[in-house]
Structures are given as C-alpha cells and as structure tokens.
Design a protein around this ligand. Sequence first.
Ligand code: MG
Length: 455
Amino acid sequence: MARDRRRVRADRGGSVYLFCMRRRCERVHVRTFGHHASRGTVYHTRDTRSVATVATGARRPRARARARRRARARAAMPARESSGAPVAFPWLDATYAPVTFAPWTTDARRRAWVGVFRASAASFERRAALDEASGDGATARARAFARAFEAACARCEAGDEDAREACRGEASGGAWWAPWEGVNCLEMCRARDGILRRCGFADCFRGVKAAENATALRALAGALAATDGIEDDGERLLALVRGVFAGNIFDLGAASSADLYDTDGVDFASTVNGLKPRPWCVDDFDALRARFATKTHAKAIVFVDNAGADVCLGMIPFIRELLRRGTEVVVAANETPSINDVTALEMREQIIPALLEMGDSVLRDAIVGKRMRVVSSGSDMPVIDLRYLSAEACAEAETCDLLVLEGMGRGIETNLWAKFVKVDALKLGMVKHLEVAELLDGELYDCVCKFDVGR
Ligand code: MG
C-alpha cells in the first residue's frame, strides 16, 4: 500500500490523526499505537485507502503537560466494558448529523444556548462538592470545575476557533479525533463532562442515581398494574408513552428539572397526571399507534436516558409492552457515567437483578431467555452521536427494525430530525429547556413523540 504523508496532520503536541471518509457516515477510523506516541501511528486515508505510518516529533513541554492532564482525566474514568474503535449505527441516512438546533450562527443564538448550559453549572457544582467519594478537596475541585466551565462557556460564546479550543482542548479528554462541526449541544456537553472528569469527578451523581433506582424500582409493580388495567391497545400505548414523558422529567442535567428535584423531589404519579395534554409540540402518536396496530417489530434497540424514575418507571413498562407484543429488546445505556444517565453497568448490577426478583413473568422470562438484554452504547455523554457507538450496540442494531431514542439529549437535541433507512424510528422526550420549547413552538415541559416509518 502506498504511503501518503501529505494527508497526515499533526497537532502541536505531536499527535497524528485523520478521518476516514470511506463510508457515507464519515465515521472516524483511526487505529493508533498511542496518542502522542513518539512514533508509529497507522490509519486509513480518505481516498486511497492507503495506510500511512509517520514519525511524529518529540513532545514539547506544553504537550507533555497536556498529556499529563489527559492521563489524569483518563485515570479518573471507570474501566470501559466495551472494546474496540467506535462504529456507526448501521441504518443512518446519508445526511445524518447529530444536531437539531444548529448551527449557532448568530451571536444571539449562541449566547442563548450557552446560557442554557451556564444555567445548569450551579447545580453541577453543588453535586460535585458533595462527591466525597471522588477524593479530598471536593469543594475546591467543584469550584475549579465551575470556573473552568465558565471560561469554556465564554469561549464558546466568543466564536468558532475559541469554541473549538474550549470543547476540544485539554478539557474534553474524550473524542479529540471527532470531526469539528461547530459549537453545538453535543460539543458543550463534551466540554462540561470533560472538565468535570479533569477535576476528578468521574461520577458525581453516583449516589443519587443508586438511591433513585432503588426508590423507583419499589414503585414499579404499581406502575405496571396501572397500565395493565387498560384493555385497549392504543390507549395502553398512550399511557405508556405518557409514562415515558413523566419519567423523563428526572433529569439533573437540565436546570429547571434539577431545581424541581432539589425542592420537591419528583412524584411519578402526580407527574403523569400533570402532563401537558395532546397535541404535544411534536406529536406523531397517531402514526405510532397506527403502525403498532399493523406491525409487530422483530427487534428493537432502545437508547435509554436517566437513572431512577426515567428508566425504571418510564422505560421499563414501555419495554415490557414491546416484549409482550413479541419484540426482542436490546437496551443500550451509556458506557461512561454522565450526569444522572443510567449506565450499562448500573442496568446490569442494579436494575436487571431487581426486575428478576420482582417476579413479573414477562420481564423475567425475557431476561432469562435473553430476549431482553443490555449493551453499552459506547457513549460518554448525555446526548448521542450515532456515528460513534460501541461495536456491541451496532452488531445488535444490524438486525433491529425499530430504533427508540429516549430523552431530551438523545431524542430531541441531537437526533430529533435524524432520518434512518430501513428501521422505524421513535424519539420520545420531555422538553426541559425553554429555548428548546421555543424552537419547537411549544412550552416548557411540553412533550415530543416523533415517529418515522423506515423506508
Ligand atoms: Mg439524561
């Protein structure tokens, strides 16, 4: 194979990377012997499919310091359970981009969106300061997070080059190889999570997630009984979808929900009763009901969102309905902790055992028979870029005919208008940012039920 040094790009620190465009999804295809390695980075080039091997220069002092900071951030992360390079979801449309409300081209729009992230910083700082399990000096480190994130917000407000440095600089610690598409929700989430990890907070919502899972699981039998009593299939589906919305309000990443949670807690039953009536700001429920009346999906991959009431009282009853209809269900949860999103490990260690213990025959038989199983999505963010998933999730997705994306981050802010080939796609979420509500011509705590039949 030909070597093509012209296609090699090296950053100031000596790292080498290139994006493979062989597939329409532009997935990154990088195989490296070590980021910031002194030599030997191998990757596929854009056009020639050649493999280039290059020797990078010696590290500069600033690069060494940056590498040390990245190493500290990585050390703070829990071990990964999925392996290998990220892989693209197999049924992406050629136009796929994980942005719903971008580009943020005007100053006003950028200020408004950065303001959304700024508003949540105080609740993150509060949670982080309480995270004694993260080590000594949690309060000081939480303050450092707040300062660093404010600086990142200011740079994101300022414009593209500054924003890129803020989101992809030393703070991000994550997808340094991903293509830059301008500052957007996904990039700001990346920056926020990266800064938290750099400050030593790998999972500062660990305690609240475990407590909420335990509380919600105790209420699950009652929630299942409530929907089981509805005989009409369409009405039961509506009740289950409304349950998903009600559960989705448990979101400590959104300032409005976090404040609500801190002051009142979240009561599931009263939340269901208080939901906005139809029509919702995005309302394809009639199409969903019609499709479910005529088609039984063979296999669904369901990307879940938050721990606690969201996954236990909102999504588990919905998943159980899919199982009852004869659909095999793969639950895809975050690989890496991010805010209060449930992780694949927590699904396996906290939720699945409790479902088995509960004795519900539909769930128990499905879990034992592996018709319901959990995979890591490979994601480390509260939003999701479907071009970068774990190999396990994509292998499961190859044979699915229904995709469910749940939550504001995954279903609304990054994938609301995303199109897919072959698979039916359902996006469910509650609107917890006023800016999102305005862009969808809705109101705060409006609901989104977007459904597209696969073509
Ligand atoms: Mg979430």
